[in-house]
Design a protein around this ligand. Structure first.
Ligand SMILES: [Zn+2]
Length: 82
């Protein structure tokens, strides 16, 4: 593996979205994409029914660690695994 490939994959890993927050809850990526089609491209703004923005949680965020310990998806109730 070249250095460029290595750093390229590192970057992708760090920028990986592991969950989203909306409806005052945490939701897994699969359910979020189902609820907000197209959100995974990260290019458009999405808001929930209350008008609050849908926030992505990225791998490596402090909140991501918390999610891994304590959170279940607000839509499908599966434990969110990171
Ligand atoms: Zn889910």
């Amino acid at each position: 593996m070249s250095a460029q490939q290595f750093y390229g994959s590192q970057y992708r890993h760090c920028a990986e979205v592991v969950a989203y927050t909306f409806f005052a809850d945490v939701h897994c990526v699969a359910c979020t994409v189902e609820t907000f089609p197209g959100i995974e491209d990260g290019k458009s703004e999405h808001v929930d029914v209350e008008g609050n923005p849908v926030h992505p949680v990225f791998f490596g965020d402090e909140f991501a660690d918390e999610i891994e310990e304590n959170y279940f998806c607000g839509t499908c109730t599966e434990k969110i695994t990171i």
